[in-house]
Each structure stands twice: as structure tokens, then as C-alpha cells.
Design a protein around this ligand. Structure first.
Ligand code: ADP
Ligand code: ADP
Ligand code: MG
Length: 667
């Protein structure tokens, strides 16, 4: 086993690898960009090396810097995590050249699976079923159109170099083919520097079922069963579970053996995932699954496999990379119970899952135990930046059966408190509680089909919620005033009084807020004998330093989590998150002046422009969408104002720091 390894990644996966290393007595080296100097993975590692500025292409993607960091710290091996350099054959080669062990497959295996077309051809030779289609070298548009017609509509055009759901277009009829092909080629060239495509039969009711495989350097290979990742948005996974609901034993064995054959065909070593698509138009059938692609790395959703097999896959990776044999044989592996993973993201499901960023003003995960696991790279107070994947955590639950696991997931999500960026927590909870999901009626169209149930119109806050919000605001003000007075060294000063004296002479106040764009208000009066009258109820409340508000509203006791960041007030009551904006009557109209415009936070491509010159826009209103790395980023108005000019067009590549939107100067 190694004495010391370097982890060429960040976020939850870097932290997760460190956990296993610590248990095995392996010392760890983290790497970090400017944006991650205070990140959790840096704090957890034994050593950390700075590798450059925030954009990944200048830090986490620079092979030379990673190798230099390993040399400088005396690390013997490099774990690439997922994403970044994990599927770059060049990285595996650079490690070998530097005398370091790459904790992953040989460069040749990465290359064999790197292009979807070549991988499919290879799999056909190995007798692994592939999705019917065309994956040849000839890219003549007329010929591709003829192939598509032959395959039969609908078809799916895919970038051969694709990943992350990019460069894919579904085509339903011959007349739409040419435009879709051009679109897929454009996106593929921009994202992967390679415009080659393949064409597949589009399965109308598919499930995404993948097999975890493992190989060692002695020629052994096993499968650790399947994961069902059918619940997707924009062809990307949202919920994953193991085992797949209603999976027949015969089909599991057939798929497992096909995946092992795939691994053996390329001399695979380490952890890999063979992704299959199953046609479930007639239910799950052992003769209706097809190879899609192989991911030659540890997968995001590997924890569900760990939960049902009782194995630590990172430990397996380390042992195999150190030259040991696989810890278990196929016959020693078995499935125990059911596990589900939910990806908790900083994103807004109601706005087509656009990522959101910002400081995690409150971050209180549910408690973990033998049933509930949380893999995360952030802590309360950390910031979700636009530079990297906006995943906050992976929440994984285990129980004896699927229904039990679903109940645990819903309960854990209910107790996940996050204030700051918008998150998908409520959406995930509705997913888990949906009767069709509970019934296992899955396919990749699930989210679209149940959109109305999963994304209900936002509810107006009740009087009770408004009363809690008003109390939260008043309590926050009292606390701030007390702190200010204590700091001033004169706690007796009238400025420290917050019993209404400062608000106006009658002790009346109206707390004004905005919820979902609508102004709301709640009357609140201070009572001489202490406490308040909120609306027409006598009320009292305490707010502790952890942000827990305990309120009594006319005898009704309620608890809420409160986070106030600038003018953003978040209230979490019984698992429901309410977001308000405070309206400060004293705020100067233009105290955020000097806003020449909005600059691009990173280099990227403009994919949507949502406003035009002359528009009056409100603070926070989305102006355009920028695509960078694998993500789309919404650029919002920093202030209320009128737009003078938009300096970017759809499709344009922009550099960091460029003024994208100019505002009119206030007269
Ligand atoms: P998976 O099948 O494991 O979800 P995908 O093929 O969707 O993987 O994407 C490749 C991996 O890269 C994913 O694990 C994804 O989370 C990760 N990833 C996406 N964006 C980034 C990023 N900005 N930085 C690092 N990793 C990323
Ligand atoms: P990526 O490299 O982006 O992960 P994949 O080939 O793995 O690309 O496909 C991603 C997703 O697209 C799958 O999980 C599935 O939901 C959908 N998909 C892929 N191929 C097909 C197909 N032939 N028919 C229907 N859906 C498909
Ligand atoms: Mg895939």
C-alpha cells in the first residue's frame, strides 16, 4: 500500500478519497486553486499545494502542475477523482513518465473507451449488445441522413467525443435531420474540439442501468451489480439507486457478464462503469439492453454500490493500484438491502435547473448514521462559485428494502437546511414522495412527464409564515443592535434599545418583504410588558446564535431556521424553505452606484440573451446565460436599472472580465 497519495480533484470527491486514506493510514496531499484556498478538502488533507487561479483550465486541468505538486510532496500515486483529468489518457501517461502510479486504468483502456463510436465497434466485437445505429467514420451529411432513415425515426445524434449530455439531438422526422445534425456538430466542436457524430435508434421508453466493474493487474475482473440512474434532467442524473427496481436475476447476470466482457476486452484495471440503456417498452427484459458507453473512472454515484455491497470502492482502487489482487471474487459479492442517492445541487428546478451560486449562509445537513450518509465538500459559510460543478452534497440512504429507503430519503431531505443559493432539495423530496416513483415506474422521461407535480407553482406564504418572518426580522435587528452597542462600549446608549423606540414613537412597525416578486407585509407592535403583537396575535420569540427561532404565536409554538444575508431572508419551517427579500425603507436608491455593467465571471460561451437594450430590469433578474465547462451560468442584474447595451450575442465566446451588459448611468 502507498504511504502518501495526491488527490487531483476538489469538492466532495476529494474529501471522500481522503476519508478512506485516513482509515488506511495513507497520507494525503490536496491541490487547490485560488478559489479553493479555504475549501474543505484542503483543510482535511495532510498537505496541500496551490496549483493556480480559479478557472479549472489554469489549475485542476494542468497536468504539469499536478505532477510537480506530487513530486514536491513525495506522493507515490495520484487519484484523479471524477471529471477533470480522470478520463485523460495523457494524464495516465504523464504519471507513468514521472514514476508515479495513476490510480485508474491504463492509458490504452481510457483511449479505447474515449470515443463512443470506436467503443461501440469494440464492444460489438466482444459480443456485447450495442444500440442499433451507425458509428462509422464517414460523416457525409447525405449519407448520415440516409442511415438515420434506415435506422427508423426517432433517432439520436450523439457526439462521439461527447459527455455530460452534450452534443445530443433527438430527431423525429427526415425534414428535421439536417438542422439537428448541424446543431449537434456545432456543439460537439465547441465542447470537445471534435465534430464527429454517431447515430442511434432513439429508445422511447428507456432506463439507464449501469454496471460497476473492477479489474486488477492480474487479469481478474468482477462486477458489483447495477445502479439505476433513470431519473435524469437534461440527460444528467438526479437520483440513483441500487439495485435497479424489479431487476430480474437473469438480466442482472447477463448485464454483469457483458460488462465484465467489455472490461476484459480492453485490459481494464481499477474501477469502471459500463453504462447500458434498457428498452422497457415491454418491461425489463434480458434481451433488451444495449451498451452505451464506458466511464473509465470512479462514478459520482458509486456510494449506492458501496451501501448494498458493504465495500469501500476507493479502498479497492488503492489496493488494485498498489498491485494487490481484487479483495473479493464474484462469488463472494452479494446485494444487501437497497440504497438511493440524491444529488443536492445549488440550482433552480423551476428555471430549467439553472445553477445558482452564493454563500451558504446556513447549511445544516440531517444527522448521519448507519442508514444515512452524506458526502460533501462544503461547510456552512462556504461559497458555491461559478467556477466548478454546483453540487453541494450527495445524500445517500440505505434500508432493507426500497420503500424503507424512500421513506428515509424523504425524511432526510426534510431535515436538510440550506440558505443562500437556491437548491433542488424540495424538488428531490417531491420526487421521492411521488407515487409513480414509489411504484418503480421509471424511465428517463420521468421528470418531464411529472413536471406539473414535481414543480408546482410557488405557494404564497400563509399568515403564520409571514408572522414568523416578521419576528425573525425583528429579532435579527435586536441582535444586530445589541452587538453594535456592545462593540461601541456603551451598552446603555439609547441606540442599543430595540424595543420600538427607534422605529417610531408608537412602537408600531410594519415588516415589508418581497416573496416571489410580490410585496407582502405583516404588522408588528411591541408591547409595553414585553413581547409583540403580530397581526392580531400576542407573540413572543427567541433567536439563538445558531439561527433557530422559537416562536409562540397566540399559544401556537413553532420553530424555524433563520438566515439573513444582506437583504435576503431565508426561513425554513417544517422542511419548507421560504425566501424573502427585505424592503429597507431607508435604503438609498443608488447606493450601489458605480455599476458600469455586468462582467463575465469566467471565460465562456453566451448561449441565451434574456434582455435587450432599453429594458428596465430588477436586481436579480436573469440577463443572459453563459456556458462554461460543463455548466450553464445565469448572469443576473446586480442592481435595479435600465440596460444601455448588451455587448454579447448568442454563440459568442467571451473572455473573463468582459463587460457583457452595460447599464445606463443614473441621471
Ligand atoms: P457521471 O456519469 O459520473 O454522472 P458525467 O459523464 O455526467 O458523469 O460527467 C463526468 C463527471 O464530471 C461527473 O462526475 C460530473 O459530476 C463531473 N463534473 C461536471 N462538471 C465538473 C466540474 N466543473 N468540475 C469537476 N467535475 C465536474
Ligand atoms: P454522456 O456521455 O453524455 O453521458 P450517454 O451516451 O451516456 O452520454 O447518454 C446520456 C443519456 O442520454 C442516457 O443516460 C440516456 O438518458 C440518454 N440516451 C442515450 N442514448 C439514448 C438512446 N439511444 N435512446 C434514448 N435515450 C438515450
Ligand atoms: Mg453517460
Amino acid at each position: 500500500m502507498f504511504d502518501k497519495i495526491l488527490i487531483a480533484n476538489r469538492g466532495e470527491i476529494a474529501c471522500r478519497v481522503i476519508d478512506t486514506c485516513r482509515r488506511l493510514g495513507v497520507r494525503t496531499v490536496a491541490v487547490y486553486s485560488d478559489a479553493d484556498a479555504e475549501a474543505r478538502h484542503v483543510a482535511l488533507a495532510d498537505e496541500a499545494v496551490h496549483i493556480g487561479p480559479a478557472p479549472a483550465r489554469d489549475s485542476y486541468l494542468v497536468i504539469d502542475r499536478i505532477i510537480a505538486a506530487a513530486r514536491r510532496t513525495g506522493a507515490q500515486a495520484i487519484h484523479p477523482g471524477y471529471g477533470f483529468l480522470s478520463e485523460k489518457a495523457e494524464m495516465a501517461r504523464a504519471c507513468a513518465a514521472a514514476g508515479l502510479v495513476f490510480i485508474g486504468p491504463p492509458a490504452s483502456a481510457i483511449e479505447a473507451m474515449g470515443l463512443k463510436g470506436a467503443a461501440k465497434a469494440l464492444m460489438q466485437q466482444a459480443q456485447v449488445p450495442v444500440v442499433p445505429g451507425y458509428h462509422g467514420d464517414d460523416q457525409d451529411p447525405g449519407m448520415l441522413a440516409a442511415k438515420a432513415a434506415e435506422i427508423g425515426w426517432p433517432v439520436l445524434i450523439k457526439a462521439v467525443a461527447g459527455g455530460g449530455g452534450k452534443g445530443m439531438r433527438r430527431v423525429d422526422a427526415a425534414e428535421d435531420f439536417a438542422a439537428a445534425l448541424a446543431g449537434a456538430q456545432r456543439e460537439a466542436a465547441a465542447s470537445f474540439g471534435d465534430d464527429k457524430v454517431l447515430i442511434e435508434k432513439y429508445l422511447v421508453k428507456p432506463r439507464h442501468i449501469e454496471i460497476q466493474v473492477f479489474g486488477d493487474t492480474r487479469g481478474n475482473a468482477v462486477y458489483l451489480f447495477e445502479r439505476d440512474c433513470s431519473v435524469q434532467r437534461r440527460h444528467q442524473k438526479v437520483l440513483e439507486e441500487a439495485p435497479a427496481p424489479d431487476m430480474p436475476a437473469e438480466m442482472r447476470a447477463r448485464m454483469g457478464e457483458a460488462a465484465v466482457a467489455a472490461a476484459k476486452a480492453i485490459g481494464y484495471v481499477g474501477a469502471g462503469t459500463v453504462e447500458f440503456i434498457a428498452d422497457v417498452a415491454d418491461g425489463l427484459r434480458a434481451d433488451r439492453f444495449y451498451f452505451m458507453e464506458m466511464n473509465t473512472r470512479l462514478q459520482v454515484e458509486h456510494p449506492v454500490t458501496e451501501m448494498i455491497t458493504g465495500q469501500d470502492l476507493v479502498e479497492w482502487q488503492l489496493r488494485v493500484a498498489a498491485g494487490e489482487a481484487l479483495p473479493l471474487t464474484q462469488g463472494q459479492l452479494a446485494i444487501d438491502g437497497h440504497a438511493i442517492e440524491a444529488r443536492v445541487y445549488a440550482e433552480d428546478p423551476a428555471r430549467n435547473f439553472l445553477p445558482s451560486t452564493g454563500r451558504l449562509a446556513r447549511l445544516r445537513p440531517p444527522s448521519t448514521d448507519a442508514h444515512v450518509r452524506i458526502d460533501t465538500g462544503v461547510r456552512e459559510g462556504d461559497t458555491v462559485t461559478p467556477f466548478y460543478d454546483p453540487m453541494i452534497a450527495k445524500l445517500i440512504v440505505w434500508d432493507r428494502d426500497r420503500q424503507g429507503a424512500l421513506r428515509r430519503m424523504a425524511a432526510a431531505l426534510q431535515n436538510y437546511e440550506i440558505a443562500g443559493p437556491t437548491t433542488n432539495v424540495a424538488f428531490l423530496r417531491r420526487l421521492c414522495l411521488h407515487p409513480a416513483f414509489a411504484a418503480g415506474d421509471l424511465d428517463t422521461g420521468f421528470i418531464e412527464r411529472h413536471r406539473a407535480d414535481l414543480l408546482p407553482d410557488s405557494e404564497a406564504p400563509s399568515d403564520t409564515i409571514l408572522a414568523l418572518a416578521a419576528l425573525a426580522v425583528v429579532k435579527e435587528r435586536e441582535q444586530a443592535a445589541r452587538e453594535a452597542a456592545a462593540a461601541s462600549g456603551d451598552p446603555g446608549s439609547p441606540w442599543a434599545r430595540t424595543d420600538g423606540w427607534r422605529l417610531n414613537d408608537e412602537g408600531h412597525d410594519v415588516v415589508r418583504l418581497v416573496h416571489g416578486g410580490t410585496p407582502v407585509a405583516m404588522a408588528l407592535r411591541y408591547r409595553k410588558q414585553g413581547g409583540y403583537v403580530v397581526g392580531d396575535l400576542a407573540a413572543s420569540a427567541t433567536l439563538d446564535s445558531a439561527g433557530t427561532l422559537e416562536a409562540d404565536l397566540g399559544g401556537l409554538r413553532l420553530r424555524a431556521a433563520v438566515a439573513l444575508a444582506g437583504s435576503d431572508l431565508t426561513l425554513i419551517v417544517q422542511g419548507v424553505t421560504w425566501r424573502f427579500t427585505l424592503v429597507d425603507p431607508f435604503a438609498a436608491e443608488d447606493d450601489e452606484g458605480g455599476h458600469g455593467g455586468v462582467t463575465s465571471p469566467m471565460p465562456g460561451k453566451v448561449i441565451q440573451v434574456l434582455a435587450q437594450a432599453g429594458d428596465a430590469v430588477a436586481k436579480g433578474q436573469p440577463l443572459l446565460i453563459l456556458e462554461a465547462m460543463k455548466m450553464e451560468h445565469t448572469i443576473a442584474a446586480p442592481v435595479d436599472g435600465r440596460i444601455a447595451a448588451i455587448n454579447a450575442a448568442v454563440g459568442e465566446q467571451v473572455n473573463e472580465g468582459v463587460v457583457l451588459v452595460a447599464f445606463e448611468e443614473d441621471a
